[in-house]
Design a protein around this ligand. Structure first.
Ligand SMILES: Nc1ncnc2c1ncn2[C@@H]1O[C@H](COP(=O)(O)OP(=O)(O)OP(=O)(O)O)[C@@H](O)[C@H]1O
Ligand SMILES: [Mg+2]
Length: 362
């Protein structure tokens, strides 16, 4: 029996096939997963309530072995709560999930042996050295004595902390602590690594550095990675992402396909007569253009195809042109009606943002 049913009503666009919406899975991997075979993670209708708070409201998804899958969503969306359920730290209120083929409630010990977890908040022992932290973890996870030394060397090498193995963690920078936590999560060679906001609070350079390690890890070890983030650029590293908002998956697909699903490129031109250009865009091309930060801006399906026509047919001399592909910001906006920053700020701006996106779609 298929685990998931495909929802109808996914927005189809000229730019590409519609992404999976609200718990449905659209790509080929999902077909293999329908039998439950070979999936690193399977979640079906996971719900978690805290008193009156509905933290997770029925999320379903599958992650194939070797895939890097991300939950992208604002504060309070339910990302950490989902990770806690998958890592057996929190029981679901309802729904089921399997990790590495084992049920997260009924086969907790089996799941725990096969996962590595890097929490959102640091859990290193500040007063121990890097190596002592790793040894402690190795004992906790029953790594064979003969394996512990070489494995510690290996993971410290991977995150570039070999030289600091005997330093007390208290003396580490935020980025070094994060790298050590990732090393610790990898120590017992887990099949699935959970990273909850792996680079939150770090400067962009350190974030890029940590992503360098994670990307290398993906090529070196046969590992499945499930991560949560509210950084758009971090989500770009994932094979697939699910946008989660208010406890629900709004849409899931590869970053490229999600961006394609927005379907519109932003074109900006400056001209000899902007008012005449706006009138010509409306009259000749039926496009709604507006002045934006000193240039004429509008949206079209395929900017690079449209631009030659524009030069040939606008009838107003064009001085400069730029075409920008949709970003994941545009994707989030498209599917939730607001930016991730608005979502984090408050719900009060939602109405205005929705009105803006409706206007943009017209
Ligand atoms: N132990 C708890 N008791 C009560 N409410 C909780 C608990 N844990 C989480 N919540 C609530 O559940 C909702 C989802 O929280 P969660 O930590 O999963 O969000 P998140 O997506 O990880 O957010 P962030 O990006 O801020 O880490 C929030 O409203 C939060 O207040
Ligand atoms: Mg969280």
């Amino acid at each position: 029996m298929a685990l998931f049913t495909r929802h109808s009503g996914a927005p189809s666009t000229a730019a590409g096939p519609a992404p999976a919406v609200a718990g449905a899975v659209a790509n080929g991997r999902a077909a293999a997963g329908a039998s439950g075979e070979g999936q690193a993670i399977e979640a079906r209708d996971l719900v978690r309530r805290f008193g009156t708070i509905d933290a997770v409201r029925g999320v379903s998804f599958e992650v194939a072995q070797g895939e890097t899958f991300g939950f992208l969503g604002p504060n309070g969306a339910g990302k950490s709560t989902t990770i806690s359920m998958l890592c057996t730290l929190l029981n679901p209120t309802s729904g089921v999930a399997k990790v590495a083929g084992y049920d997260v409630v009924a086969q907790r010990a089996e799941v725990r042996k096969r996962i590595g977890l890097v929490f959102q908040d640091t859990t290193l022992d500040d007063y121990l050295t890097a190596q002592e932290n790793l040894r402690f973890h190795a004992e906790l996870y029953g790594v064979a004595r003969s394996q512990t030394g070489p494995r510690i060397d290996d993971v410290l090498q991977m995150v570039g902390l070999v030289d600091r193995r005997d330093s007390v963690v208290r003396t580490f920078s935020g980025g070094m602590k994060r790298r050590l936590e990732i090393a610790r999560g990898l120590l017992h060679s887990p099949r699935v690594l959970f990273l909850d906001e792996p680079t939150v609070g770090l400067d962009p350079q350190t974030r890029a550095h940590i992503w360098g390690y994670i990307d290398e890890l993906r090529t070196r070890e046969a590992i499945t990675i499930f991560l949560t983030t509210h950084y758009m650029e971090e989500a770009e590293h994932c094979d697939r992402i699910a946008i989660i908002d208010e406890g629900r998956i709004v849409v899931e697909d590869s970053p490229a396909r999600l961006k394609a699903s927005v379907g519109q490129d932003r074109v900006e031109i400056s001209t000899a007569d902007d008012a005449a250009a706006i009138a010509a865009l409306r009259g000749h091309f039926s496009l709604d253009a507006a002045m934006s930060e000193g240039v004429v801006a509008f949206y079209v399906a395929q900017g690079e195809v449209f631009v030659p026509r524009l030069f040939a047919e606008l009838g107003v001399p064009i001085q400069s042109v730029s075409v920008a592909r949709p970003t994941l910001d545009d994707v989030f906006m498209n599917y939730t009606g607001r930016t991730i920053r608005d979502a984090e700020a408050s719900g009060s701006e939602r109405m205005a943002a929705s009105a803006w996106i409706r206007a943009r779609r017209r």
